[in-house]
Design a protein around this ligand. Structure first.
Ligand code: C2E
Ligand code: MG
Ligand code: MG
Ligand code: MG
Length: 293
């Protein structure tokens, strides 16, 4: 978007920028239509316990199957949805869809009874309206609130810390679970953490993927783990891609993991196949020693 003032005014004559602006407008228009055309769907990435390598739940991730351009990744359309304020209705759909899907799995498969669902929240959606929305969802759905985990980022929290704390408390009053996503990458929430009713920290993939090569990263992740442990917060390591990373996390006594090493995000039909076949275990590293609680 060309800024209204100063230097940026000249840049609008740059043909590259013009093309970009046109492409963005097109994307906005398509996004508006995509909701009605039902071009969005969810994928579910398994979350694994590092104690026993059992499936404990999923993170629901939004996908857009564009009629002409094919798959558009969330990092390309979420920011546009935020800018156009389409994010709230879109995410409202995603949360309901994910929760009803889990409800169905709970009632259809014995091994799914205790599985949880994580959903991502945009900063724009994180307001009073969300509290009402979640309350109404919980009134409709026969799912215990404890299995629904809302993920918010550090940056969202720190943009308006006082409001954030009060909103989090309202959501916690509904017995929902709350996570800080991409922990360690945002504007630091370290000094606030003890005041937040947070259940889970998701350690960002950028720390996890250096665990097997960089001893300093091991020290950082160990520190995050100790902090969380002292505050009674559980930890999920994001983006685990290798046996070595998994073994390292085991040695650090990390609670949970999510990553391509265990499973990529999968479509609902693929998850159902796993549940039908009662696949509740995900292969651990042969030398991993599950820790004793
Ligand atoms: P996120 O919430 O941190 O989600 C995890 C992302 O890491 C997902 O990317 C997932 O596919 C990817 N990932 C998982 N394991 C691995 C791994 O081992 N290696 C690598 N390289 N990547 C891994 P995805 O699905 O592309 O989503 C990207 C981001 O888009 C999400 O990051 C989240 O911030 C956002 N997003 C997705 N769905 C929603 C939504 O419904 N609402 C909002 N506000 N944001 C969403
Ligand atoms: Mg997330
Ligand atoms: Mg994340
Ligand atoms: Mg991330």
């Amino acid at each position: 978007r060309a800024k209204a003032k100063g230097r940026a005014r000249y840049e609008i004559f740059n043909p590259g920028m013009h093309q970009q602006a046109v492409a963005l407008l097109q994307l906005e228009n398509d996004l508006r239509r995509a909701i009605n055309r039902q071009e969005f769907f969810l994928e579910y990435q398994p979350i694994i316990s590092l104690r026993d390598f059992r499936l404990v739940g999923f993170e629901a991730l939004m996908r857009w199957q564009h009629s002409k351009r094919g798959r558009i990744p969330p990092i390309d359309f979420i920011p546009v949805a935020e800018e156009t304020e389409l994010i709230t209705p879109l995410e409202r759909w995603a949360i309901r869809q994910a929760c009803w899907q889990l409800e169905q799995w709970h009632s259809n498969y014995d091994i799914a009874k205790s599985l949880v669902i994580h959903v991502n929240l945009s900063g724009q959606h994180f307001d009073e309206g969300l509290v009402a929305e979640m309350r109404s969802l919980l009134a409709d759905i026969p799912l215990p609130p404890e299995v629904i985990n809302l993920e918010i980022t550090e940056t969202m929290l720190m943009q308006n810390a006082e409001t954030a704390v009060s909103l989090l408390n309202r959501l916690k009053d509904l017995n929902l679970r709350l996570s800080i996503d991409d922990f360690g990458t945002g504007y630091s929430s370290l000094s606030y953490l003890h005041r937040l009713p947070i259940d889970t920290l998701k350690v960002d993939r950028s720390f996890v993927n250096k665990l097997d090569t960089d001893p300093e990263q091991v020290a950082i992740v160990r520190t995050i783990m100790t902090l969380a442990w002292n505050l009674g917060i559980e930890v999920i390591a994001e983006g685990v891609e290798s046996i070595k990373q998994q073994a390292q996390l085991n040695a650090l006594q990390c609670d949970y993991a999510q990553g391509f090493y265990f499973s990529r995000p999968l479509g609902a039909e693929q998850i159902e196949k796993l549940l039908q076949e009662s696949v509740a275990h995900f292969t651990p590293h042969p030398t991993a020693i599950p820790y004793k609680a």
